[in-house]
Design a protein around this ligand. Sequence first.
Ligand code: UDP
Length: 236
Amino acid sequence: MTPKYKRIVLKISGEALKGNGEDPHSPEILKDLARQLKEIHEIGVQICLVVGGGNIFRGLKGIDKGVDRTTGDYMGMLATVINGLAIMNALEAEGVQVRVQTAIPMEKVAEPFIVRKAIRHLEKGRIVIFVAGTGNPYFSTDTTASLRASEVQADCILKATKVDGIYDKDPMKFADAVKFDSISYIDALEKRLAVMDSTAFSMCMDNKIPIVVFDMNKPGNILRAVKGEKIGTTVS
Ligand code: UDP
């Protein structure tokens, strides 16, 4: 089986790791994610992960608690490091080789982000997890995914969410929400669809990186996405 996408950046939101309980990480979800990744790793797909931090901290939410935006954003970036290590651990338990690269240097915890080294890891069959976002406040991990995908010249970004694609309005709130099978970058931007921020969309548009938005909790969906099966919504 030849995958459609040979080098991918999978963006996982922090919330996707949470499950239904209070804990920031569900061991079952981590295990399931690791197994799904192992499956696509075994067919030769080169995998980069960009992980969010929303299950632990988001810069904008900190403002309500009296934390200024920049400090909150650094707290959010550190939250992504915790999530990246949790995923690393789950992947290693499945016998997959992993390297974590961080945009904020912390040499005891992870390698610094070096694009050539990241590509070398991919070529050697290692999964690379990018943490600490872009290393800059006022950005998001969606923008990190588009930046890293551009840097490593990935074939696509797979954006794993809890819903099965992009809708014209929030499907959790509106029963008549309509799903798009595909949409152009410009329409997604003009309609201000909340699935990714505009910086992330525009970077993908400028660098011609397709985005597939799909439901990660449906078993086998990551494999379907890399095979190029019609799941979720494709932005291109
Ligand atoms: N963040 C940041 N710069 C970046 C990436 C992330 O400041 O380049 C901060 C920001 O505060 C953000 C938090 O890290 O709210 C967690 O990332 P994000 O909200 O994108 O996580 P997700 O929603 O995907 O879980």
